[in-house]
Design a protein around this ligand. Structure first.
Ligand code: APR
Length: 251
């Protein structure tokens, strides 16, 4: 067995022995569903757009036409995707007592669609939108229809501007972030597919006592992690799942 596989085997044992784990996912777990991540060289979204320019409260409040002409279509591409093997394995691990819950920076709802029950979406989601004046909630499909009918910026019947329920640059983080920081102080943390460069999301791994990382590239937290598996999320999780199934049979 190669050293590489030996390490992955030991990582699987570590996962099994210290279960249940809290999972923190970033855009890297959804690239295999066809959604570009943000910071991978060449393919990352922020190589094409300046996030502060298009997905910020500054632009939404002061240039809603720019937000809805440029930013909104970028957001809506996240809704085309379907869960991949990695999302599916994590949902299975939750039902097998290996995962306590998933904290995700992703707004694509793929963990929920894959069957994960306990999901904390700390950057919001793309299922609904709300009026910034009267706070009425509507479905994102309704908001999309307003934008498609070139009602830009889309307005509520009270006259207020409507916005998607994602966390934009400049927004306060939702209450799920505080829940996430509490959860990660009680259970070991496995990070999957995040550069861990964005604060305050990267406060989460700094609070973890036990840390494991699965990522294509290195992260600022690699030195803190007991195991760092550099590779694709679905490939790594599939290998770990096969090893854990052997341990489950022996248990
Ligand atoms: N498997 C594992 N890792 C992957 C894969 C893959 N298939 N594809 C990409 N990666 C890794 C990349 O190497 C990168 O380190 O996932 C990481 C993705 O990092 P980012 O693009 O920075 O995405 P993320 O960490 O989720 O960004 C956090 O920044 O712009 C904000 O709100 C946005 O939620 C986002 C936040």
């Amino acid at each position: 067995m190669s050293l590489h596989n030996e390490i992955q085997k030991k990582a699987a044992e570590h996962l099994w022995l210290n279960r249940p784990w809290v999972i923190l996912t970033g855009a890297g777990i959804s690239t295999e569903s066809g959604i570009p991540d943000f910071r991978s060289p060449q393919t990352g979204l922020w190589n094409q757009y300046d996030p502060m320019e298009i997905l910020s409260t500054e632009v939404l409040f002061n240039q809603p036409e720019l937000f809805y002409k440029i930013g909104f279509p970028v957001l809506m591409q996240f809704k085309q995707a379907r869960p991949n093997l990695a999302h599916g394995i994590l949902a299975g691990w939750e039902s097998r007592g290996i995962v306590k819950g998933v904290i995700t920076q992703n707004i694509d709802s793929l963990h929920i669609e894959a069957g994960s029950k306990r999901v904390l979406e700390i950057h919001g989601h793309l299922r609904t939108a709300h009026c910034m004046k009267c706070l009425r909630t509507i479905s994102i499909e309704k908001l999309e229809s307003f934008v498609r009918d070139v009602q830009i910026p889309p307005r509520c019947r009270c006259g207020g501007i409507l916005r998607p329920d994602v966390v934009l640059f400049g927004d306060m983080l939702p209450s799920s972030f505080e829940q996430a920081t509490k959860l990660v102080q009680k259970f070991p943390l496995l990070v999957i597919g995040s550069s861990l460069q964005v604060s305050p999301a990267n406060l989460i791994p700094s609070l973890a006592e036990k840390l494991m990382i699965i990522n294509l590239e290195e992260t600022p937290f690699d030195k803190k992690a007991a195991f760092v598996l550099n590779g694709k999320a679905s490939t790594m999780l599939h290998f770990l799942d096969e090893e854990i199934k052997k341990l489950e049979e022996k248990a």
